[in-house]
Design a protein around this ligand. Structure first.
Ligand code: GLY
Length: 482
């Protein structure tokens, strides 16, 4: 690889390709709604997009993802940009203009006029003007939402020294404004849903390739490549998150990064992978056998997880508390595991003690949109619950029409939990430990779809991707006979 000379101030400010975020009036309308809800009479707001993170030992950067608050409000996703708001002046986008050296290495970047068209903003200025803009507001309260890396990397944003500006950062105001933007981001409009459907379609192509190509002897890494290549062929700009592929025992690690380990006959493969289109994520999980059929307990547990998931999807309606869906799914998991003899006791008593969380230790899912874990969190006035069965629930709010949530229950045999002496003691009576100890290499099963909440009932954006036992077995049989 060629080596680059000294870095300019804009080293990190790369053009990330065409930004299909238009039409500009959608972004303008979002800004108008945000400003109306913020009700600011003084001070200023900064919404930095974020800067790419350099990869040590190269002149390149990790894959860049604009902060979703910036992308939502600016309608563009250019690294190193900062959207600003001043209640007297309105909105301005400060965008990096690469110097000659940066243009040699990373390209020209979009002209400011193109950014003005894409964002619908009248004021688009070079990033070098941001320092002066801030200087003129010295002493005024400043709310920073979006990526807060500007405080540490001000020079790369073209601001010079952050400290020299003596900014009066109002963290409380930042949290309030950010919460307003999160609320606005939750219900998706028709344009956003169109992008999410495109992302789901690309994801479908990738998962189908995985279902068809997986073989004993193939590595997790090789399957990841087969899946991702289809995402990109179908128009994805990137993966929405690091693709998770776990074979056999590796499927018990919730966010397992694919390795060179080869799949073996008799194992299950868990693939959690999603394409991203126009900044919008898809997030789908399928679990399937290395061979043509689910065998023995694999079959029972797969049927259990699928039934839990389908019931939760059916319940995803406006007004329903997402936490209640999660608790109902927890109860269903407890009942199913008790029916299979792995847990002992009534489902209610098991959930009260969080015994099901030994096998289902994560939340039912999360909001989905411009981020994989989109604008979720707790509704104002609610506190996160640290109970084992609830601590990873990423949204505690009532569902509304237009929300897109993932529904992704799972059952796993995770050594870090099942070999923990304190947990074994706490759940001594509730678990058939002899059977569970024999299953420590089983891995896990997760089934995940992206569900749009509507007044007419739930709509799965990922319904095309097979998940019934019969459909998966038929696909696997055909694939292995081909
Ligand atoms: N599917 C990856 C995640 O939800 O974190």
């Amino acid at each position: 690889m060629t080596e680059r000379g000294p870095r300019s101030a804009y080293t990190g400010a790369r053009y990330t390709g065409a930004m299909p975020d238009g039409p500009a009036d959608a972004a303008a309308e979002r800004r108008e709604r945000a400003a109306a809800r913020w009700e600011l009479t003084r001070g200023a707001v900064l919404v930095p997009a974020g800067l790419p993170l350099p990869i040590a030992g190269t002149d390149q950067f990790h894959e860049y993802h604009a902060h979703p608050e910036h992308r939502y409000l600016a309608g563009t996703a250019l690294a190193g940009s900062v959207l600003t708001y001043d209640p007297g002046e309105g909105w301005t986008l400060f965008a990096p203009v690469p110097d000659a050296e940066t243009r040699v290495w990373t390209g020209d970047g979009p002209p400011l006029a193109a950014l003005a068209r894409e964002s619908g903003l009248e004021r688009v200025s070079p990033a070098s003007a941001l320092g002066g803009w801030l200087e003129r507001r010295r002493g005024e309260p400043l709310a920073v939402i979006g990526n807060d890396d500007i405080a540490q990397r001000a020079a790369e944003y073209g601001v010079g020294s952050w400290r020299a500006l003596e900014p009066v950062v109002d963290a409380e105001a930042g949290a309030r404004l950010s919460a307003v933007v999160a609320e606005l981001r939750r219900a998706k409009d028709a344009r956003e849903l169109a992008l999410m459907r495109e992302a789901a379609a690309a994801t479908h192509r990738g998962h189908l390739a995985g279902l068809r190509k997986a073989r004993a002897g193939m590595s997790e890494r090789a399957l990841q490549v087969e899946i991702e290549v289809e995402f990109f062929r179908a128009g994805a700009e990137r993966t929405a998150y690091g693709t998770i592929v776990g074979g056999g025992p590796n499927a018990a690690t919730l966010h397992f990064s694919p390795t060179a380990r080869a799949f073996a006959e008799g194992e299950l493969i868990l693939v959690d992978a999603g394409a991203e289109v126009g900044g919008y994520a898809s997030d789908v999980t399928r679990t399937y056998p290395v061979g043509a059929r689910f065998a023995g307990l694999q079959r029972d547990l797969y049927a259990l997880v699928l039934a839990v998931q389908e019931r939760a999807i059916a319940g995803a309606r406006p007004g329903v508390e997402y936490k209640d869906l999660h608790l109902a799914a927890s109860l269903d998991v407890a009942r199913g595991l008790a029916d299979l003899g792995l847990l002992r006791g009534s489902p209610q008593a098991l959930v009260e003690r969080d015994a099901q969380a030994l096998f289902f230790p994560h939340g039912l899912g999360h909001m989905l949109g411009l981020a994989t874990h989109d604008a979720g969190g707790c509704l104002a006035g609610r506190e996160p619950d640290d109970r084992p069965g609830l601590r990873y629930l990423r949204a505690d709010l009532p569902l509304q029409a237009g929300y897109v949530v993932t529904i992704e229950p799972g059952v796993y045999f995770i050594r870090a939990l099942l070999e923990d002496p304190a947990l074994r003691e706490r759940h001594r009576e509730a678990v058939d430990w002899t059977r569970v100890d024999a299953l420590l290499d089983f891995g896990g099963i997760r089934i995940e779809d992206d569900v749009l909440v509507t007044a007419d009932g739930p709509r799965s954006l990922s319904a095309a991707t097979p998940k019934s036992l019969e459909a998966i077995e038929e696909l696997r049989r055909e694939a292995l006979e081909a």
